[in-house]
Ligand binder design. Structure first.
Ligand code: C2E
Ligand code: CA
Ligand code: CA
Length: 733
């Protein structure tokens, strides 16, 4: 140590005073240490800094001036520096922490320089207290942080404001666009728009308004829209409208107004009340469309949905609704109601014969006549085809309904002139009464229908009131149907034969095959009881085949047995005839199976049968005659065939209906009819058979007219085959 001091002193020997002066006058603290860290010099400023006297520090390790963590590393650091020359401190200015004698720590700026002399290394450190600067720095830092914080906050606020401004801007531009759109809509709308002030004075209308109403803008602006009132609505209508507006701020409805040209038209109007911020009415906005066209379409649709397009009568739908409604009214006022079902008797014939156009015209005429028979409050409806109904409301007594029905029948019996033709139709009417025949519409309809069916069955051209027995009859039909079905399956049918006798030649020339139902319990059932049902249900087809087969077999047997050439006549039903080719094939098959020559078979058809689908019937019948079969027109005179008409069919024989023969020769009318038929047949070169001949007088009468072929009880009723065979034997004897 002494050596180092000496060396230092020696180094500064010539300038020791200067050294001392510099040391002591320096504002910064100065410390000189040797390479071990021992303090060699410590100036006054250093004393002030550290609170140590120079003599307290000199000779001590400099680390005493450092706080704990630095102190420990200092010696090692010096050693490493001297050994390796790696500097950390030397040559730089660093901020370090000093430790005062009283233990207080403070920041220092330290710059160290090194100098060597005579193999010794020294370090001089200049120390500058930077407490103040540090404090300033900290304060500054704090101030900056605060400032930054404020700036950040402000920025945030600004951003927020900006955002809202942006939103506001967008909103405004959208509103502007909407406004533009609204005014465009206002101007170009198809709906008329009218805006008034709070006193309902018009302030604006659009083009559509001008177009629809015909009013110019200056005619309406400033005035009350009521100038377009049509006068169609009463005060209460407008009151209800204003009440609605007051209550809900909105009113919609159909309203009739007047156009400038005076025309009254319907429109669909919606009025909306507009209120200002103070919730006071500021405007009324009316939007409307002209619905006159839509109304027309609606009316047309209504017409289509509820009325028959041909006759303009209510259709089935409207009929049902009216009936329900009328029933309610009748119930309320304790009135009687009558329901009629009307069926035209020969409509199908007219339609098939003269074509649909004529049929249609006929229906139109019929509907006119029907309307003419009832009061205004009554309903005449067409349910379809030739089915009409009449609802008579307020029927005093049953007789009233009977009168109306009778009148309808009379009116429809009068000839109808269509397309140069005189058409004769007629009607059958079934009547049900409310309340006695049914409480509800469904029952009344069912019962009127049953009564009508009975009227038709009862000979047509009549009306029938529904009777409870008719219901029983309907039930009977239903059980009968089931039994008939079984009979077809079990082939419970047999064939009876009734001879046709040539009274002049005195011999049997043929026989009519007549079906019988041999019911296991009821015994023999006659065809009158089941043929209509069999026709209706289609069971007549299998029955017909069974009869045909049996009859042909039998005829062939008698032919083979040598009874002569007896032609067998088989009755045909309309159903069989409408089978056309299929029926023809059946015939061919039966003839082939039985071996009966076709000319030994005669087919009996009725007028009404062949009047259906005339052209096809003619074709089918022609096919049969071409095969060699004979054709007879059965029940002649009951239908409506005219002479010219008859010529079109390939008929060989006319059979005069029993009903005309029955009262001859007593009834002059029947005598005239039978005579006419016979002479007509002769002129057409047709064979005539008189049916239902029961008495000698009839026989003679017919003989005198030249009618030779006779069928009837006078000779024989229909007989089972064995009895018929006996008859043949007896007759030829
Ligand atoms: P229709 O073809 O006019 O047959 C003649 C009917 O008159 C037969 O009645 C016969 O018994 C009856 N009759 C004959 N002569 C007399 C008489 O002197 N006095 C009276 N009061 N009646 C007489 P039936 O057998 O009861 O047949 C009734 C109807 O049933 C037939 O009338 C015919 O239309 C139909 N029918 C009978 N058999 C068949 C069949 O196999 N097929 C079809 N589709 N219908 C048949
Ligand atoms: Ca017959
Ligand atoms: Ca007959």
């Amino acid at each position: 140590m002494a050596h180092a001091t000496d060396v230092l002193m020696k180094h500064f020997k010539d300038s020791s005073a200067l050294f001392d002066a510099i040391m002591q006058s320096a504002v910064d603290g100065m410390v000189i240490i040797d390479q071990r860290g021992v303090v060699l010099a410590f100036n006054r400023s250093a004393e002030k800094l550290f609170g140590y006297k120079a003599e307290e520090v000199t000779g001590q390790n400099v680390s005493m001036l450092m706080p704990s963590p630095f102190r420990e590393g200092h010696d090692g650091y010096l050693e490493r520096y001297i050994a390796t020359g790696r500097r950390i401190i030397v040559g730089t200015i660093r901020e370090v922490t000093g430790r005062r004698k009283d233990g207080f720590q403070f920041p220092l700026e330290l710059s160290v320089s090194e100098f060597r002399s005579e193999g010794c290394i020294f370090f001089s450190g200049i120390l500058h207290d930077i407490t103040e600067r540090k404090d300033d720095e900290r304060a500054l830092q704090e101030a900056r942080t605060q400032l930054e914080e404020r700036v950040r906050k402000r920025t945030e606020q600004l951003e927020h404001v900006n955002e809202r401004l942006q939103q506001r801007l967008e909103e405004e531009s959208r509103m502007a666009a909407e406004l533009r759109l609204a005014s465009k809509v206002f101007e170009n709308a198809g709906e008329a728009i009218l805006i008034t002030d709070e006193n309902a004075r018009v302030i604006s209308v659009n083009d559509a308004y001008v177009r629809i109403t015909g009013f110019d803008r200056d005619q309406i602006i400033g005035r009350n829209p009521r100038i377009a009132k049509s006068g169609r609505h009463d005060k209460s209508f407008y009151k209800a409208m204003w009440d609605g507006l007051r209550e809900s701020g909105k009113w919609s409805g159909e309203i009739w107004d007047r156009r400038d040209n005076g025309e009254i038209y319907p429109k669909w109007l919606t009025i909306t009340v507009v209120r200002n911020e103070a919730d006071e009415v500021s405007n009324y906005v009316g939007i409307f469309t002209d619905i006159s066209e839509a109304k027309q379409v609606e009316e047309r649709l209504q017409q289509l949905a509820y009325y028959d397009s041909l006759t303009n009568l209510p259709n089935r739908k409207l009929f049902s609704e009216r009936l329900e409604h009328d029933l309610e009214t009748a119930l309320r006022h304790k009135k009687r109601l009558a329901l009629m079902f009307i069926d035209l008797d020969r409509f199908k014939y007219v339609n098939d014969t003269f074509g649909h156009a004529v049929g249609d015209e006929l229906l139109v005429e019929v509907s006119k006549r029907l309307r003419g028979c009832v009061r205004k409050a009554d309903t005449v409806a067409r349910l379809g085809g030739d089915e009409f109904t009449v609802i008579l409301t307020d029927v005093g007594r049953e007789e009233h309904a009977a009168q109306v029905a009778g009148n309808i029948i009379t009116q429809l019996q009068k000839p109808i002139h269509v397309a140069g033709e005189e058409l004769l139709i007629g009607a059958s009417i079934g009547i049900s009464l409310h309340p006695q025949d049914g409480e509800n519409a469904e029952t009344l309809v069912k019962h009127a229908d049953i009564a009508m069916y009975q009227a038709k069955k009862g000979g047509r051209g009549i009306f029938k009131f529904f009777m409870e027995e008719m219901n029983a009859w309907t039930r009977h039909q239903i059980t009968l149907e089931a039994k008939l079905k079984r009979a077809v399956e079990r082939n419970e049918f047999t064939v009876f034969y009734q001879p046709k006798v040539d009274q002049m030649a005195g011999k049997v020339v043929g026989m009519e095959a007549l079906v019988r139902w041999e019911h296991p319990e009821h015994g023999v059932v006659s065809p009158g009881e089941f043929i209509p049902l069999a026709e209706e249900t289609g069971m007549i087809i299998p029955i017909g085949v069974q009869v045909l087969t049996e009859a042909c077999h039998q005829a062939k047997r008698w032919l083979d047995a040598g009874f002569g050439s007896l032609r067998v006549a088989v009755n045909l039903s309309a159903r069989q005839l409408s089978q056309r080719d299929e029926f023809r094939q059946t015939l061919e098959a039966v003839l082939e199976d039985t071996g009966l020559p076709p000319e030994m078979l005669e087919i009996e058809v009725t007028e009404s049968m062949i009047m259906q689908d005339v052209d096809h019937t003619i074709k089918t019948l022609q096919g049969l005659t071409e095969m060699g079969m004979h054709l007879a027109m059965d029940d002649f005179g009951t239908g409506y065939s005219s002479l010219s008409y008859l010529k079109r069919f390939p008929i060989d024989t006319l059979k005069i209906d029993r009903s005309f023969v029955r009262d001859t020769p007593a009834d002059p009318d029947d005598v005239a009819i039978v005579s006419a038929i016979i002479s007509m047949a002769r002129s057409l070169n047709l064979c005539v058979v008189a049916e239902g001949v029961e008495t000698r007088e009839q026989l003679v009468f017919l003989k005198n007219l030249g009618c030779s072929i006779i069928q009837g009880y006078h000779f024989s009723p229909p007989l089972p085959s064995d009895k018929f065979e006996d008859y043949l034997r007896k007759f030829s004897m």
